[in-house]
Structure formats: structure tokens, C-alpha cells
Design a protein around this ligand. Structure first.
Ligand SMILES: [Zn+2]
Length: 43
């Protein structure tokens, strides 16, 4: 997982949220501080 903002891989999981469309994993970038969500997907 890489930050969509700065491409850093220094991201940490911050739990997840549940939306109508399903669960989304929440991440926070340690480099730029940005938080973002990623759709849960089966690998
Ligand atoms: Zn970042």
C-alpha cells in the first residue's frame, strides 16, 4: 500500500469504516499525514 499523495509506503492502518458499498480500510500516511480509504478487496 502506498500513499496516493506522496507515494510513500509509510502508511499505517487506522481501522475501517462501513459504507453502503461495503467496508473501506482507512489508512494514514506517516510522511504527509494524509488519510485515505481503500475499498476492501479479495486478493
Ligand atoms: Zn503521503
Amino acid at each position: 500500500m502506498n500513499c496516493p499523495e506522496c507515494r510513500s509506503n509509510k502508511v499505517v492502518r487506522m481501522g475501517f469504516i462501513v459504507t453502503r458499498n461495503g467496508k473501506k480500510q482507512r489508512y494514514r500516511c506517516n510522511k504527509c499525514g494524509r488519510t485515505f480509504y481503500v475499498n476492501k478487496q479479495k486478493v
